[in-house]
Design a protein around this ligand. Structure first.
Ligand code: B3K
Ligand code: ZN
Length: 868
């Protein structure tokens, strides 16, 4: 190979939304037969194909890593010189207008380490087809706007694969010769290929049933390996709650006789909404109190709900093309967020969702991969399952819900589901349905779909003669390929509070100009203004609020989000100046200290979980996001110092809080979990005092805990502190939990997140641990993912954290490009760092970019990260 072949990285092809064309052919019926075998699975596909419109173009099917065995049109074999085959496609130049196409291919699920298409996990067969995995199973028009009715027949050895599942309803099953057996499935609902699924193997199941609102009985089954089967009850209960909620809140009913969920160890993301046959990462199904924390329980509940809700928002009405991904993802995230809010504490849910948005989406929006929720172009679609498409997408739907009001929003979604059932549509179709149902003009609102970047809202207030004037100004930073953005239309929730804490006014401001003023008349005296209640728009506020006003809102606001946000602002006012001066301003510190004390001595805290959140300093990642230049060492040092001082100064209050909440006074699960959250927050500070007595307290909690929430909280606090018996504790945890993969993931992650420069050495050891493997995405995330988010451990002056990450990205790219690309993204924001971090990150990105054999996934991320 020539030298410049090596040094010139290959260019990826870019796909553009503006170039969308309807498919040249449609496929209405798909009959698939699988004869399963680890190294040579035979796939026979019989397709009913019709030319779409008057043209004479060839039929070009997508296909990757397939061995083609035969092609036949209307039962006539097609000779090899009558088609053109490439690595990516099969082209049939002259085909009739309507015909039956039969294609036989062979695939090797055992060799499939990318976990896209048909692969094996713990010896069982499973599939992942979204976005473009179906083309790794058979040649097909693998695009979401080709919808077909599927019939699937699976043949496999009965002993190894007693369970044979696919989408839809079971039709028939039977025994064949030579120890084989078979099953047939039929999915009556036309679907795109990305929703196809097949699962086969030695699986156990639990079952239940749900009667829908029109009285139809649905069988519910959750399948997994026998070792995990006793951990599925919470997922099943969550599924039933989700089904009832979607009937009650959206009028959506389930539409098959059976709903199957399968939990597998090896999965690239959380779960997949395949029609009637969801495939899940075990992390989002398995839960019992010994092995799962309260947060795990909540995560299972929300992901089960999310995938269930996709049955309507995604499956019955699907996306025309992948640029429309937020049509199903943003909407479905909004639906699952509201489900969880209805079930638990709405305020805590909002706080946690905003934290995720700020930590991941704001960062993405200010980096080289920034894109609108409906991107204009992509190279590798798997790189666009992003916080922007999901989380900001959900915020956009939330704003629509607020601007229209719940009733008009519901009329809009009813209209959308009725008009587009069985179709592949666009975000424009969704917005237009809401507009038609509500009469609200959403012309300007549509900019949220096309403009990237996080808007910045400047707030100023003026009071005189009983009139408060609130001046709002909006701007949006440039993002790659986009400058001079136009103003957005957004709802800004405000409330005014009197000096004695009464809520005088609460109102939604419809903000749609670059600058706008809002008047509030007849005020007896100057009120305290609360802006962006409920975090009503995904923006950054620039608001010079006085500390006195913040304290007033902490005391009197009834919106838990604003109370928490006001506390975060007090903390930021303490932390941010110290990042440059290196000194904590004593008054700023004292304010936080006093506010913490007031919160902890409040005899009637409204919500213990909100209180736990309020007693938490802004995460390092958010402080970094707000900084003009990120100095990771300064952020860690200042934040650690604040924690240590608060811990020492408020020790007796933390101790009392711990003692008061270390009891099981409540009976409902939610109150118990809130109590644990608060108690464990207190324990964290107590351990941070460095006092032997508190190490002993945490060690006792670790050993005596009756649940994983308490055990893990104690373990985390000790492992991330200067606890002298740290090594023994780590060994004890390993000895106890080494046979529980999901618990072992936590063990890996907590060490990789150790907030110290020692983390690198530990991570190097973990990467050589006998339980570490690059083939399991959860394990990779728990070590390399956790490490790359560790501000103090990953960002080192010598750049060795970056070098280690890139070494592993190069290895991982050969095995699983999707996961490799996710890991590189942690270097995307290199330009925002101070020196020498920025240069060291760039050097590693450049080294990665020189690798000639990169996947298109990693190539897209690295080339965009380096581009000017
Ligand atoms: N729709 C899937 C995600 C598929 C990701 C493909 N790279 C899960 C979900 O959002 O529900
Ligand atoms: Zn989804």
């Amino acid at each position: 190979m020539l030298e410049n072949d090596v040094s010139a990285p290959a260019m990826n092809t870019t796909i553009y939304l503006k170039e969308y064309q309807v498919p040249d052919f449609l496929i209405s019926q798909v009959d698939l037969e699988f004869v399963l075998s680890p190294d040579n699975t035979r796939v026979k596909s019989r397709l009913k194909v019709t030319r779409n419109g008057a043209h004479d173009r060839a039929l070009t099917l997508c296909g990757e890593k397939l061995t083609l065995i035969s092609v036949a049109i209307n039962d006539e074999s097609v000779a090899a010189d009558a088609y053109e085959q490439t690595d990516m496609s099969l082209k049939l130049p002259a085909v009739p207008n309507e015909f039956e196409l039969v294609i036989e291919t062979e695939i090797a699920p055992q060799q499939n380490t990318e976990l896209s298409g048909l692969y094996r996990s713990s010896g069982n067969y499973c599939t992942q087809c979204e976005a473009e995995g179906f083309r790794r199973i058979t040649y097909f028009l693998d695009r979401p706007d080709v919808l077909a009715e599927y019939r699937v027949r699976i043949v496999a050895p009965k002993a190894a694969c007693p369970v044979l599942l696919s989408n839809g309803n079971p039709v028939a099953q039977g025994d064949g010769p030579d120890g084989l057996h078979w099953a047939q499935w039929h999915d009556p609902h036309p679907k795109p290929s990305y929703l196809f699924a097949l699962v086969a193997g030695d699986l156990q199941f639990i079952e239940d049933q749900f009667t829908t609102m029109s009285g139809r009985d649905v069988a519910l089954k959750i399948y997994t390996q026998s070792a995990y089967i006793n951990k599925c009850a919470h997922a099943m209960a969550s599924l039933k709650r989700s089904m009832a909620w979607d009937e009650r809140v959206y009028g959506r009913e389930y539409d098959l006789d059976i709903y199957n969920i399968v939990a597998v160890d090896d999965f690239n993301m959380g779960a997949m909404e395949n029609k009637g046959l969801n495939v899940f990462n075990t992390k989002y199904v398995l839960a019992d109190t010994d092995t799962a924390t309260d947060a795990d329980y909540e995560a299972v509940e929300s992901v089960i709900a999310h995938e269930y809700f996709h049955n309507w928002s995604g499956n019955r009405v699907t996306c025309r093309d992948w640029f429309q991904l937020s049509l199903k993802e943003g909407f479905t995230v909004f639906r699952d967020q509201e489900y969880s809010a209805d079930l638990g504490s709405r305020a805590v849910k909002r706080i946690q969702d905003v934290q995720v948005l700020r930590a991941f989406q704001f960062k993405e929006d200010s980096g080289p991969m920034a894109h609108p929720i409906r991107p204009d172009s992509y190279q590798e679609i798997n790189n666009f399952y992003t916080a922007t498409v999901y989380q900001k997408g959900a915020e956009v739907i939330r704003m629509l819900h607020r601007l229209l009001g719940a009733d008009a929003f519901r009329r809009g979604t009813d209209l959308y589901f009725a008009d587009f059932d069985g179709q592949a549509v666009t975000t424009e179709d969704f917005v237009h349905a809401l507009e038609r149902a509500s009469g609200v003009d959403l012309t300007q609102f549509r900019r949220w779909y096309s403009q990237a970047g996080t808007p910045i809202i400047k707030v100023e207030q003026h009071f005189g003669d009983g009139v408060l004037t609130l001046s709002l100004q909006q701007s949006c930073p440039d993002t790659p390929g986009q400058t001079d953005k136009l103003p957005f239309h957004m709802p800004i929730e405000v409330a005014l509070f009197s000096p004695d804490g009464k809520k005088l006014v609460a109102q939604t401001l419809s903000f749609n100009q670059a600058e706008q003023q809002f008047r509030f008349d007849n005020l007896a005296c100057k009120p305290v203004v609360s802006v962006l209640r409920y975090f009503s728009a995904p923006v950054k506020l620039e608001y010079k609020q006085s500390n006195a006003d913040r304290l007033h809102l902490i005391k009197y606001e009834d919106d838990g989000f604003v109370r928490w946000e006001s506390m975060q602002q007090l903390c930021l006012a303490m932390i941010q100046p110290a990042l440059t001066t290196g000194e904590l301003d004593p008054r700023a510190y004292q304010r936080v200290r006093d506010a913490f004390e007031a919160l902890m001595t409040d005899p009637n805290p409204s919500d213990k979980a909100v209180l736990a959140e309020m007693l938490t300093l802004p995460p390092a990642a958010y402080i970094a996001e707000l900084a003009s230049r990120v100095d990771p060492a300064a952020i860690s040092a200042v934040r650690d110092r604040c924690i240590e001082r608060l811990a020492k100064d408020l020790e007796k209050y933390f101790h009392a809080l711990y003692a008061d909440n270390n009891t099981a006074l409540d009976t409902d699960a939610q109150s118990l979990a809130a109590r644990r959250m608060l108690k464990n927050r207190a324990l964290f500070y107590l351990v941070e005092t460095g006092q032997t007595a508190y190490y002993a307290l945490a060690s006792h909690q670790y050993h005596a805990a009756s649940n994983m929430t308490d055990r893990l909280a104690a373990f985390t606090a000790l492992v991330q502190s200067h606890y002298p018996d740290r090594d023994a504790l780590i060994s004890d945890f390993y000895e106890t939990w080494q046979h529980e993969p999901l618990v072992l993931d936590k063990w890996f992650a907590i060490q990789a997140m150790r907030p110290s420069s020692e983390a690198l050495r530990e991570v190097e050891d973990l990467l050589h641990h006998s339980d570490f493997t690059l083939t399991n995405p959860n394990r990779v995330r728990s070590v390399l993912g956790a490490f790359s988010g560790n501000l103090a451990g990953f960002h080192r002056l010598d750049g060795k954290g970056y070098a280690l990450l890139v070494d592993y990205v190069i290895k991982l790219d050969q095995i699983n490009p999707q996961i490799a690309a996710r890991l590189v993204s942690s270097l995307n924001s290199w330009r925002r760092f101070t020196e020498p971090y920025a240069s060291r990150m760039r050097t590693e990105l450049a080294r990665l970019n020189m690798v000639s054999q990169l996947s298109s996934d990693v190539r897209e991320v690295v080339s965009k990260a380096l581009s000017v």
